[in-house]
Design a protein around this ligand. Structure first.
Ligand code: SAH
Length: 226
């Protein structure tokens, strides 16, 4: 899968993909992330990418031309399944969206800044709008990193244990059960006995039950969706 990210602050996107699981996904050739510096497509000798908003009011708006030029350049090189704008007024990201997006081949993610982008970009080019939650960040880079990570870890072969992602929270509308590692007894805080039993089926049942109890306690709204 290939993901092209359009950003006015590409440095913000260096570290999130340079370590751990995202780094491994790229090294294995399963994920390709390309970050494009929007300023390189800016107008005039100052590479202008934003301007005052029509009608007045505080905050700059990202201009159409630099974004349009870059999107069209990318589109001339390959076909994109979706061109996604990260925005607080978009569809709130959920695991189901990540699952679906992980099946795509080529995606463009557009990161806004300042007041946002000229609405006509959204009308002309954007096929999906995604929010990572009901709060406002200063730019779309962190949301884009969240989206890439949530999709990238689902790609077959990225996680060492293929089935691992299936047992994470929100798959099947359930939260994940608690997990423990050594030592089995930490200053009198013992792990649940069952996990030492070696009885695979009973452990599985215990995990299912814990999953359910935890969801009922913390996120009863998820159970209603089942
Ligand atoms: N004026 C806009 C907010 C702009 S914030 C409004 O009130 O809706 C600047 C940029 O940060 C946005 O263009 C978007 O790309 C990004 N951003 C901020 N919060 C976000 C969120 N919750 N989810 C996704 N992107 C977000």
């Amino acid at each position: 899968m290939r993901i092209d990210i359009i950003s006015a602050v590409p440095d913000l996107l260096q570290s999130p993909f340079a370590h751990s699981i995202m780094q491994r996904a790229q090294q294995k050739g399963l994920l390709e992330v390309k970050v494009h510096n929007l300023r390189a497509y800016g107008l005039g000798k100052h590479n202008k990418i934003d301007d005052y908003q029509f009608g007045g009011g505080a905050g700059m708006v990202m201009m159409i031309e630099p974004i349009a030029t870059l999107i069209e350049k990318l589109q001339s090189e390959r076909k994109y399944d979706d061109i996604i704008y990260m925005t607080p007024d978009g569809k709130r990201l959920e695991q189901g969206d990540c699952n679906q997006l992980s099946l795509k081949k080529n995606l463009i993610l557009l990161c806004g800044h300042y007041k946002g982008i000229d609405e006509r970009i959204r009308d002309i080019y954007i096929t999906k709008e995604i929010s990572i939650g009901d709060y406002v960040l200063s730019g779309g880079e962190l949301p884009a990193a969240v989206l890439v990570d949530s999709i990238g870890r689902l790609l077959p072969g990225v996680l060492n244990d293929e089935s691992s992602a299936l047992f994470d929270s929100f798959q099947d509308n359930l939260l994940a059960p608690p997990v423990y590692t050594r030592p089995a007894d930490y200053k009198g805080h013992k792990i649940p006995e069952i996990l030492l039993s070696g009885h695979k089926k009973k452990i599985e049942e215990w995990r299912d039950e814990q999953s359910y109890l935890r969801t009922a306690e913390r996120r009863p709204d998820l159970l209603e969706e089942n």
